[in-house]
Design a binder for this molecule. Structure first.
Ligand SMILES: [Ca+2]
Length: 296
């Protein structure tokens, strides 16, 4: 299922070299490849993801990840951790965020990821904090790097040493949820596994993470909205978007097998989170947003 690191690296490099030329004719975004801003010291608890071309999608994954393409992003910044329950509730207490959260008591530790928020809650939380909900391309670049590796650590499969997932011991690496239905497992405190690419924690597993884009059945089906410079998916993510009713969540979770915790796997759900799922999120910042945060 997975390509070896060497093949992906070489292919990624070749495709990247070609892409600078091909993006100049892409009509999705700007006409010429953008100059990327250098990484500067990031806002608190964020990491810099350097801009440039990267390999998005894979021809070896589920059909909604097809085709593998090179797209381009400017430099941006990504939260090191998933937004926590404590952080979200603090926002709700200040009445800047809607009250929302998990349905289970064992999910409400201050350092556990916030779960049970809908897409609008996630967008609003990031906005309130001077950031934005990452686009699907931003999220994927942060997880896979420039050469399209499958996971934040490379191409080795996910294990419970690297990510909070379901393994042979059970959901959440065999940790039972308190109360009824312990076998359903629960999210761990954020950062319970090592940081990997760009110093980010839990990009693979723990809680699913909402991203900005509308879901389409493949990148090919999405077409120009998913190509070129800084793609934001169908309708640029704006609502309404005829023919599109579902947003994307990324990164797998404590509940599911490791393959869903890869950097390319896509899942979709209605933005109102109906029916209710325990999805979380993290935020990203553009260079302008980062400058404003640093000036505060
Ligand atoms: Ca996660």
């Amino acid at each position: 299922m997975f390509k070896n690191k060497f093949t992906v690296g070489v292919l990624g490099g070749l495709v990247a070299a070609i892409t600078v030329v091909s993006t100049s004719s892409a009509s999705g975004g700007e006409k010429a490849p953008r100059k990327t801003e250098p990484c500067v010291s990031p806002p608190s608890m964020m990491a810099c993801i350097p801009g440039g071309p990267f390999v998005r999608g894979t021809n070896d994954g589920p059909s909604d990840t097809w085709p593998e393409q090179v797209v381009f992003l400017d430099t941006f910044y990504m939260d090191i951790y998933e937004v926590t329950y404590g952080e979200y509730q603090s926002c709700a207490k200040q009445e800047k965020c809607r009250k929302a959260g998990p349905n289970y008591r064992d999910f409400n530790g201050p350092k556990q990821p916030i779960t049970g928020v809908n897409w609008y809650d996630a967008v609003n939380y990031c906005r309130v904090h001077g950031k934005h909900l990452p686009t699907e391309a931003e999220w994927e670049k942060a997880a896979r790097g420039a050469d399209g590796e499958s996971y934040p650590w490379g191409n080795e499969p996910a294990t419970c040493k690297r990510a909070i997932i379901k393994d042979r011991a059970g959901r959440s690496c065999g940790e039972q949820k308190k109360g009824k239905h312990g076998e359903k497992g629960r999210p761990f405190d954020v950062g319970s596994r090592p940081a990997f690419r760009y110093g980010l924690y839990d990009m693979s597993g723990n809680s699913w993470e909402w991203v900005y884009d509308w879901y389409s059945k493949s990148y090919g089906d999405c077409g120009k909205d998913c190509e070129g410079n800084a793609p934001k998916g169908p309708c640029g993510g704006e609502e309404p978007c005829p023919g599109h009713t579902r947003k994307v969540v990324r990164g797998g979770s404590w509940y599911w097998e490791g393959i869903m915790a890869s950097g390319f796997y896509r899942r979709s759900h209605r933005p109102k989170n109906s029916p209710f799922h325990h999805f979380g999120f993290r935020c990203a910042a553009s260079p302008d947003e980062a400058r404003r945060l640093l000036a505060q």
